[in-house]
Write a protein that binds this ligand. Structure first.
Ligand code: DOR
Ligand code: ZN
Length: 439
């Protein structure tokens, strides 16, 4: 029998309201007991957690793994290792692989390869075949193969009649359409936020209206169909307002924000070095926005209009970023810096520690109704729940050093930044998958 006693830590489990110094006993991949001064069973591994917060493992609703097709950017295994180091024990894998996750057989193959990696991988199926935006996939077959949501992320489902039919089918399937909210007719190939910085740099901008247009459309379509609309990586104040209004009307609308949209503005695109005019590592879709958008994202997260922090971990090879801005790939690798960013907001007094953990654990689980079947208790430390835990420092200063990351994607504009907080250890399905306590 495999046993681990995590002792002496400050346990925070937002789902059950626990916020005190306790021990956690793991037996055979499940939480067996949470209590004070638990005795270590014979043969148990002991994990000292004094000075650390013990939380449920983080759940990421938005991760890009590049397998199949672009394994030089990330494999399922390397992405899962990065997740473990970032405190994530469940990641939802976006379908923009090559080929796309657009059939039950391709999802099956992916799940096979994900079996023994360092975290749980839940697939997201494509909305349209090959993500081409023309023909719907067999949504019910994807759901039956394990898809926890469907998305054409990377692109919106731009064709409104296709989106309408997708929502109509999804109403009976009980999984959300996770929408990349960017109207291509408005974005028009913009490579950064349309504003003062894009004007100064002479780069084509995409306006906030590109996001709002799809948010409003999908609220209307989801309402008409009685389905769930999940808004991916929301980045602008007007979109957040529309989502808040829809939720206040009782619609099934959920939303996520990324660490980078909570922390960085479009000014970062201009880069900090004297030699370079811009930093391609800050090129991301949706783009980094204005300071008032960043503040609105933080407020919406703290106020509960946004259910989850999701990384949109988008690993790319160096060559995809070492080029002119227009040619560079969109995306930021985020799994291994997420906790430092979110905890830095806690330190700045913008979010309580318990809410920060909530938005990384039970928040995303509830948003997508993931705690079903073998996953009952996911995102919590309740007895019987999967033994997914992370041990967090909330005061250690950590420098973002992508060169030392497990992810193959070193692409982050946070390279060299100091953040407060680090992930000391992670247990996934009862196995210690990361232990950085001695490092
Ligand atoms: O920045 C992004 N990168 N945005 C997306 O929508 C897709 C992603 C990727 O797959 O690289
Ligand atoms: Zn994405």
């Amino acid at each position: 029998m495999n046993r681990i006693l995590v002792y002496g830590g400050h346990v925070i489990d937002p789902a059950s309201g626990i916020d005190e110094r306790l021990d956690v006993l793991v037996v055979d991949g499940r939480i067996a007991e949470v209590g004070a001064d638990l005795a270590a069973p014979e043969g148990a591994d002991l994990l000292a957690a004094s000075g650390l917060v013990v939380a449920p493992g983080f759940v990421d609703l938005h991760t890009h793994l590049r397998e199949p097709g672009q394994e030089h950017k990330e494999t399922i295994a390397s992405g899962a290792r990065a997740a473990a180091r970032g405190g994530f024990t469940t990641i939802c894998a976006m379908p923009n692989t090559e080929p796309a996750l657009d059939s039950a057989a391709i999802i099956d193959g992916m799940l096979q390869r994900a079996q023994d990696v360092d975290c749980r991988v839940l697939p997201i199926g494509a909305v349209s075949k090959a993500r081409a935006g023309k023909e719907l996939t067999e949504l019910s077959a994807l759901r039956d193969a394990g898809a926890v949501a469907v998305s054409d992320d990377g692109d919106a489902v731009a064709d409104t009649s296709l989106a309408r039919r997708a929502f109509e089918y999804l109403a009976d399937l009980d999984i959300p359409l996770a929408e990349h909210c960017e109207d291509p007719a408005i974005a028009q190939g913009g490579v950064m936020h349309d504003g003062a910085v894009s004007a100064r740099l002479g780069l084509r901008g995409q306006p906030a209206a590109a996001e709002l247009s799809i948010v409003q459309r999908d609220i209307a379509l989801a309402e008409a169909a009685g389905a769930q609309f999940h808004a991916c990586h929301i980045s602008t104040e007007p979109s957040l307002q529309a989502i808040a209004d829809a939720r206040a009307r009782g619609l099934h609308v959920t939303a996520e924000v990324t660490p980078h949209h909570l922390y960085l503005t479009h000014d970062v695109v201009a880069g900090s070095s004297d030699e370079l005019l811009y930093d391609t590592n800050a090129k991301v879709n949706p783009p980094l926005r204005t300071d008032s958008d960043v503040q609105a994202c933080i407020d919406a997260l703290a106020g509960g209009v946004v259910d989850a922090v999701a990384t949109d971990h988008a690993p790319h090879a160096a060559i995809d970023k070492q080029c002119e801005f227009d040619a560079a790939a969109f995306g930021i690798s985020g799994l291994e810096s997420a906790w430092g960013v979110v905890n830095s907001l806690v330190i700045a007094g913008r979010l309580t520690l318990s809410d920060a953990i909530e938005r990384l654990t039970i928040g995303p689980v509830r948003a997508w109704n993931l705690d079903q079947g073998a996953l009952i208790g996911l995102g919590t430390l309740q007895v019987g729940a999967p033994a997914d835990l992370t041990l967090l420092s909330t005061d250690a200063v950590s420098r973002v050093q992508p060169a030392s990351w497990a992810s193959k994607g070193k692409n982050t504009p946070l390279d060299g930044h100091s953040l407060i907080g680090l992930v000391a250890a992670t247990i996934s399905q009862g196995r210690i998958v990361w232990d950085g306590r001695e490092q």
